[in-house]
Design a protein around this ligand. Structure first.
Ligand code: MSP
Length: 477
């Protein structure tokens, strides 16, 4: 079995605060990595921000702040949110980091160039700043980008191009054979059909922008008048963070990535452009790309542009970190879009956390505290049930947490059926034995909950260790 596990997340644009959609990506990623850690792997979890962008410069101007200060501020906010969500990342990479990120991005560029895959071309087209990509007339509705509600800029430039077209066939083969595995199957089909239509070369640099501050945008090696296209720059983060092009100890240990976690909007960048860059550079491909759907609110993608944002901090303040993680992981299918309403959230909280898990922990630990002299033996090192591990391997996180809830329910039913509070009075020895079994099962539940609700898991484990009923876990809201 492989001993290491490297997981990456999209580096988000720091032009605005993150919302529940971004929190969703990070929570899925965190549950995956905690599972792998719990299963004994040496893990590495990368997060970051994608900073060399026009939209950030625009947002800073709008806020009346100097761009670099604006960035620092937003990035602090990202980190604050990750802390309140209990995201256990190892590194936060920033693409303006000239020491960490730039050498590797430039080294990668040089490899593409050496492979003969970089050439110059005069180009004219429509550029959507929201997407940070060229778009075509047929992507527009009434002359505007339907996702961002903005008119694209008309650009006429001489750029460097990347010979993406060259890799269509090889890529297709690797995706078909699952050498580069795409999860779920529907996304695999989608990207195969996209690649099957042929791939066009992509513009890979932009002329250095007027009005951009010093230190924004990675210079193209050998041509200071151009900076790298933001997606070329951003995708490289997955290896530059490991020290590619500077100090590659981590790179040697962890690359290729075990999984890139992404949302469905950035599939083409990750499953076409990025692997083609790696092929061109002669570097190994990531093993899996896991593509989740969108959090919608009122049936529409949650986004700043649409103004239907739910602030994760607000939910965390009211319900607590683990309640938010619980909801995102259990009540949203990782493969499809899922709608979130504040009422739905509250109902699930009350039914499954306050009345469900919280109540169960209180019942079992009250019995233990009252009737057991000492703590019970704990199933600390036993391997996870096969079914549960398989679900993680398939990225079916909602099913894996359903599995835990199945055991929560079964334990509840057992208490109702076998009435330990009565038995312990009638027959103390058998009663205590039964309570011991209930506590052992509760400990199992805590272990299985760890990837999803780490803090709750720890509180339950401690309660069992100390043989003491904990404080109310999920107070009524
Ligand atoms: N900067 C690029 C990513 C570069 S990765 C090398 C980018 N940034 S982004 O800020 O626009 O983030 C897009 C990602 O945010 C999605 O892929 C997804 O992970 C997350 N989401 C944004 N809105 C979302 C929802 N409404 N629902 C779920 N995820 C969403 O693209």
């Amino acid at each position: 079995m492989e001993k290491t596990f490297y997981l990456t997340t999209p580096i988000f644009y720091p032009n605005a605060k993150l919302h529940l959609g971004h929190a969703y990506t990070m929570t899925l990623a965190d549950a995956l990595i905690r599972y792998q850690r719990g299963a004994g792997k040496k893990t590495y979890f990368l997060a970051g921000s994608d900073e060399n962008t026009q939209k950030m410069v625009d947002a800073a101007a709008k806020a009346g702040t100097e761009p670099m200060a604006f960035l620092d501020d937003i990035v602090k906010n990202f980190m604050k949110l990750y802390a309140s969500l209990d995201i256990s990342y190892d590194q936060f990479i920033r693409t303006t980091d000239t020491k960490v990120h730039w050498p590797g991005a430039q080294a990668l560029w040089k490899r593409l160039d050496a492979a003969g895959d970089v050439y110059t071309k005069k180009y004219e087209g429509l550029y959507c700043v929201g997407h940070e990509a060229f778009v075509t007339e047929k992507d527009l509705v009434g002359g505007k980008c339907p996702d961002h509600g903005t008119e694209p800029e008309h650009l006429r430039e001489e750029n460097y191009f990347f010979r993406l077209s060259r890799y269509a066939d090889v890529l297709k083969g690797k995706i078909e054979s699952d050498e580069l595995r795409l999860v779920p199957q529907s996304r695999k089909n989608e990207i195969l059909s996209f690649i099957g239509d042929g791939l066009k070369d992509v513009s890979f640099s932009r002329p250095r922008r007027r009005g951009w501050p010093e230190g924004l945008g990675i210079p193209v090696p050998g041509d200071d008048s151009q900076i790298m296209y933001v997606w070329c720059d951003a995708l490289a983060n997955y290896i530059t963070a490991l020290g590619f092009g500077r100090d590659d100890a981590l790179y040697r240990e962890f690359w290729p990535a075990d999984v890139h976690v992404i949302g469905k909007d950035i599939l083409r960048f990750h499953a076409a452009i990025w692997p083609a860059m790696l092929l061109s550079a002669g570097l190994p491909l990531p093993k899996t790309i896991f593509v989740h759907g969108f959090i919608t609110s009122g049936g529409k993608k949650m986004s700043k542009t649409l103004g239907n944002i739910i602030d994760p901090e607000e939910l965390i303040e009211t319900y607590g970190t683990d309640a938010v993680r619980y909801f995102l992981l259990r009540h949203i299918s990782p493969f499809e879009d899922g709608d979130i309403t504040r009422e739905g959230f509250k109902d699930a909280y009350t039914a499954n956390l306050t009345n469900g898990l919280g109540n169960l922990v209180a019942r079992v630990m009250k019995l233990a505290e009252t009737h057991l002299g000492e703590s019970v033996a704990r199933p600390e090192a036993a391997p996870f049930p096969r079914e549960y591990s398989d679900m993680f391997d398939m990225f079916e996180l909602n099913r894996a947490i359903d599995f835990v809830w199945g055991r929560i329910q079964a334990l509840d039913e057992r208490i109702t059926r076998e009435e330990p509070f009565r038995l312990v009075k009638k027959d103390p020895e058998r009663g205590r034995a039964l309570i011991g079994e209930l506590v052992t099962e509760l400990y199992w539940i805590a272990r299985l909950l760890n990837p999803f609700m780490p803090e709750t898991s720890e509180i339950i484990k401690r309660a069992v260790r100390e043989n003491k009923k904990p404080e109310n876990l999920f107070p009524r809201v």
